[in-house]
Design a protein around this ligand. Structure first.
Ligand SMILES: [Zn+2]
Length: 498
């Protein structure tokens, strides 16, 4: 039976995030090796769960090596990256000989010396295992794909849904491809095409236009004879790196010109619709005002500038300030504020409280807001969701958490850990019934919709300032590859083979 190593290292690095990314953060968030990797990931909706499922379906022995991830935050320090790389490569070396490697990466990892940290890691692994050992990697749809990532792998596959609900399926696809390579049924050739295109983060919901069309184009290419796989990654423009932007690639069976043609067809189709990918959103004041007249069901406000799943600090108060200022009723706001949680714990449940919340990480996410009310609940902040949710993690940990009912009737949830809103279980576990709220602030853009869409009467995406603000023109990029649309309006692109 073939022995295929399973490993993962996922970080989405935001060059504008105020949150540091030390080695210890990975150790504390999720760091598994050997059997603990199986215990953590088997049966999950993550691609690591898909790799393990693939072992059963296609009959190989999975060798669990190493898997870690951190929450999206600033680029890794040199020390952090080198330590993680050395842990991972050391364990791969110990696991040799292997017949192949299945890797879960993000594709938007940045470290201080290596802007393309995924490409660097893949190149190191390739040097260790030699040029011929099959390596197949499944990456995030928000990857900034580099030629180095393509060159070091036999096949690279990205998720095809945002929110990411197909991670497990992509893992199974990767398992199928690596086994077909090992059985000498196929010989994959990859071609990458990167038009100078940024897709606004608020236009990346794959269930709606304009992104829906990107993925129906992808389906078309997947049905071309001779195409083994193809991917469209929307990119992550909070990583200020050379390869930042949308990318398109295809994998053919021994046919370089077919792979190139497929990748370029996808890129040209997206480029031709580039104006549809521009953002056009209400600001915080306008968005809160829009909720005033509506009474039925929860209205979900997506706090784009403080997207915890993209490197936001989770304590932005721009929307909370507007909610207080405009005297909106029955709102739910979750804020990262460990200091305020400790104050609540000292006071105790059912006690009155008067404190300043949020706006403490830096000066770019609003001022702390004064709230008065009663401490309704204190919790360990943990919850479990067995449904497919963006990220595929299943387990959610907000750390020690306090729920405050304010005098105005709002619920303010204060957490000790930064935790992206991806599951309603994160709220049910706190005895909150989100269905009963008039207004819910979710610190994200698209990812929360997998959970919140089921209860939302309306979703409003809000152009708030911050580390993950929607408009790329708000950032001072220093390293991105060249003129990119829409940062430069008249940039030209034309696929060479079409
Ligand atoms: Zn993503």
């Amino acid at each position: 039976m073939k022995r295929i190593g399973i490993a993962g290292f996922l970080h989405e690095s935001n060059s504008f995030s105020p949150i540091p990314t030390p080695y210890q953060h990975f150790k504390e968030t999720s760091y598994t090796t050997g059997k603990s990797l199986l215990d953590r990931w088997e049966g999950t909706h993550h691609q690591l769960g898909g790799f393990l499922e693939g072992a059963k379906q296609f009959g190989f022995k999975p060798v669990p090596i190493f898997a870690t991830y951190g929450i999206p935050s600033a680029p890794m320090s040199k020390e952090s990256f080198e330590q993680l790389s050395s842990d991972m490569i050391g364990l791969i070396q110990t696991a040799l000989p292997l017949d192949g490697l299945l890797l879960a990466l993000h594709g938007a990892a940045v470290s201080e010396p290596f802007p393309d940290a995924d490409g660097e890691l893949l190149a190191r692994i390739r040097r260790l295992v030699g040029p011929s050992l099959p390596i197949v990697s499944v990456i995030d749809l928000h990857a900034n794909v580099s030629p180095e990532m393509i060159n070091a792998t036999h096949a690279l596959i990205s998720y095809r849904s945002n929110p990411h609900l197909d991670q497990r399926q992509c893992g199974i696809e990767g398992s199928s491809i690596i086994m077909r390579i090992l059985n000498q049924e196929i010989s994959p050739i990859q071609a990458l095409e990167c038009p100078p295109l940024l897709i606004n983060i608020t236009k990346q919901y794959t269930n709606e236009a304009p992104s829906k069309q990107l993925y129906s184009d992808l389906e078309t290419v997947l049905n071309w004879p001779g195409i083994l796989s193809a991917s469209t990654a929307m990119g992550f423009y909070y990583s200020d790196v050379k390869d930042m932007g949308a990318s398109f690639w295809a994998i053919s069976d021994s046919n370089p010109s077919l792979a190139k043609k497929a990748a370029q067809w996808l890129a040209q189709r997206a480029w031709d619709r580039r104006q549809q990918f521009l953002g056009d959103l209400p600001n915080a004041k306008q968005a809160v005002h829009m909720t005033q007249s509506k009474i039925d069901g929860p209205i979900v406000l997506m706090d784009v500038g403080d997207n915890v799943g993209g490197g936001g600090p989770g304590d932005s108060t721009f929307l909370l300030s507007e909610i207080v200022c405009q005297k909106t009723s029955n709102a739910l706001v979750v804020l990262f504020d460990p200091e305020a949680v400790l104050t609540c714990v000292e006071k105790g449940v059912r006690q009155s409280i008067d404190l300043l919340v949020g706006g403490k990480t830096d000066n770019h996410h609003g001022q702390p807001v004064r709230i008065k009310g009663k401490i309704r609940l204190i919790s360990d902040g943990r919850s479990l969701d067995t449904q497919p949710r963006h990220g595929g993690h299943g387990l959610f940990d907000q750390g020690l958490t306090a729920v405050i009912q304010t005098l105005e009737g709002h619920l303010v949830v204060l957490t000790t850990l930064r935790s992206a809103p991806r599951s309603l279980e994160q709220l049910y576990a706190l005895a909150i019934v989100p269905e009963n709220m008039h207004l819910i602030v979710a610190k994200g853009v698209v990812a929360p919709r997998a959970a919140y869409e089921a209860i939302a009467s309306q979703t409003i995406i809000v152009d708030t300032p911050g580390a993950t603000t929607a408009n790329p023109a708000n950032f001072k990029f220093q390293h991105c590859r060249r003129s990119l649309y829409p940062l430069v309006k008249d940039v030209k692109y034309s696929a060479s083979t079409l």
